[in-house]
Design a protein around this ligand. Structure first.
Ligand SMILES: O=P(O)(O)OC[C@H]1O[C@H](O)[C@H](O)[C@@H](O)[C@@H]1O
Length: 261
């Protein structure tokens, strides 16, 4: 058991608390291996969490940073976004070969395939994530080990719910001129023409071969979240807008404008 505090939230779920001296703090749920809260040193929340989110099976947690594995979306025969977000993860006591962690600000989790998982996806695996915080930064390092005699392919994605003031006040920079698959147009391929992505309706796109740095600029809050990634070529931009959001039972819309991207 690591030193991180494990708290029982009001909804009865257990969370691991990460903290660091400048005052930022994250909470991680063993259900889904999911970051459910991340606050900066000014105690401002940076992740959206639905007021109707369930922290227990069978649904995935609606908010934070859900982990999609071994499938993203409906790009395969499994349930949407795979099953890792609907499983209870464990503490990983042997996260080698990563460097030793500061146990106040880092947690290592692991998900290993079970007999039931093998019935729906016949490949045994160990999926590890190291989640850590430092001033102004949240880092997630995922690793997949094939414990199967045969090779397999998989998809991995972090389906981030970044908290913004009002989606219509947000710009996403770094995806201009790139090709994308439009999930609202049967995955037809288009090229982005705008010099930044802004929002005025439902959007659900997979941008291909994206740069390592993408900026989410929240004009109203005067805050920029910089997303940096390695080894993950594509980036999804999703916001369901009003009508679709209302049809998602656990979305818990607070205002008519959605506040996540
Ligand atoms: O409702 P969920 O299963 O969590 O999926 C929420 C959304 O995730 C992704 O961004 C997909 O591109 C969308 O098509 C999907 O609607």
């Amino acid at each position: 058991m690591p030193l991180n505090t494990v708290v029982n939230a009001r909804d009865g779920s257990s969370r691991i608390v990460l903290s660091e001296p400048s005052g930022s703090r994250a909470e991680v749920s063993l259900y889904g291996g999911q970051v459910v809260s991340w606050k900066n040193e000014r105690r401002e929340q940076l992740l959206y969490m639905s007021t109707k989110a369930q922290m227990k099976p069978p649904k995935a947690i609606r908010g934070g940073l859900p982990i999609c594995f071994p499938q993203f979306g409906n790009f395969g025969a499994l349930e949407r976004h795979g099953f890792a977000r609907n499983r209870f993860w464990s503490f990983d006591n042997d996260p080698s070969p990563l460097p030793p962690a500061n146990q106040q600000s880092t947690v290592d989790l692991v998900l290993k395939s079970t007999e039931d998982d093998l019935k729906i996806w016949p490949h045994s695996f160990e999926l590890r994530v190291r989640i850590s915080i430092s001033p102004g930064k949240l880092t997630i390092i995922p690793r997949v080990r094939n414990t199967d005699p045969k090779a397999f392919s998989f998809m991995f994605a972090l389906r981030n719910y970044l908290y913004v003031s009002d989606i219509s006040e947000v710009r996403v920079e770094g995806l201009e001129t790139l090709d994308y698959l439009d999930n609202l147009m049967r995955r037809e391929r288009f090229t982005e023409q705008a010099d930044a992505i802004t929002f005025d309706g439902e959007i659900d796109r997979v941008y291909l071969n994206t740069p390592t740095k993408i900026a989410i600029i929240d004009h109203e809050r005067k805050r920029t979240i910089e997303l940096r990634k390695e080894g993950m070529p594509n980036a999804v931009v999703w916001n369901p807008w009003d009508k679709k959001a209302k049809s998602i039972a656990d979305m818990g819309t607070r205002t008519t404008q959605q506040c996540y991207v």
